[in-house]
Design a protein around this ligand. Structure first.
Ligand SMILES: [Fe+2]
Length: 228
């Protein structure tokens, strides 16, 4: 048994995940959004759980994390991947590091490529893939230390998990909520039939517009969302 909520921020198309052990009531949140902190606190109260850890999959460019506010409100610890080198984090997770909440364990997987500090998290048969593996897509690699070569390797690492593993991304822009390793291996156009060289070429040719909020979001996130 587990308490599990997938929450959505419609302004930035961001998914925030709340997981809790139903016996001990210890909870974690993954990728909270600043503008949704009141909602998240209401869900935490409604579920009668105690927030222990706030996990970030990376230093986001599209929204400011709600982690700073949530840390003040709940006393939870702020957790990010070691590659973020965030001084403001309480815990930096290296490859394979684990956190326990109640009887549950979540493990970090270093998945650089979108940014250097990108970290995915494995819990039971689920992967929280941040902006590394998205549904039918992957995170862009054209800013914030982005590297198509590293992204390629990180995608292979995630897709090496068992086929039935569920994939929960940080965003979806088409209303989809969850995928699986099998499905992404089968139909993701950033995966199917691409070797490293062809993947790099595809990423180089994307020509995406610059993110709208990057000049606010990145500095705010480098302070763990301690923006007020
Ligand atoms: Fe991102």
């Amino acid at each position: 048994m587990i308490l599990f909520r997938q929450l959505f921020d419609p302004n930035t198309w961001t998914y925030t995940y709340l997981l809790a052990d139903p016996v001990t009531r210890d909870a974690i949140v993954i990728d909270p959004v600043l503008e949704q902190v009141e909602r998240d606190l209401a869900v935490i109260a409604e579920m009668k759980v105690n927030l222990r850890f706030i996990l970030e999959t990376h230093v986001h460019a599209d929204h400011v994390t709600g982690g700073g506010k949530l840390r003040h409100a709940t006393g939870a610890q702020f957790v990010a991947g070691a590659g973020t080198e965030l001084d403001c984090a309480d815990i930096l997770m290296g490859e394979g590091d684990v956190l326990a909440f109640g009887n549950e364990v979540i493990r970090s997987i270093c998945t650089p490529g979108h940014t250097d500090g990108c970290t995915s998290y494995a819990w039971r048969n689920c992967l929280f893939t941040g902006d590394t593996l998205l549904i039918d897509a992957c995170g862009r690699t054209d800013f914030q230390q982005g590297s198509a070569k590293k992204m390629y390797a990180s995608l292979q690492k995630l897709l090496a998990y068992p086929d039935e593993t569920l994939v929960y991304p940080a965003h979806d822009y088409n209303g989809r909520h969850v995928s699986s390793v099998a499905q992404e291996k089968e139909i993701n156009p950033y995966v199917v039939g691409l070797d490293e060289a062809s993947f790099e070429k595809k990423m180089q040719e994307l020509n995406l517009p610059h993110p709208r909020f990057i000049n606010v979001a990145v500095p705010g996130n480098l302070k763990c969302g301690e923006v007020e």
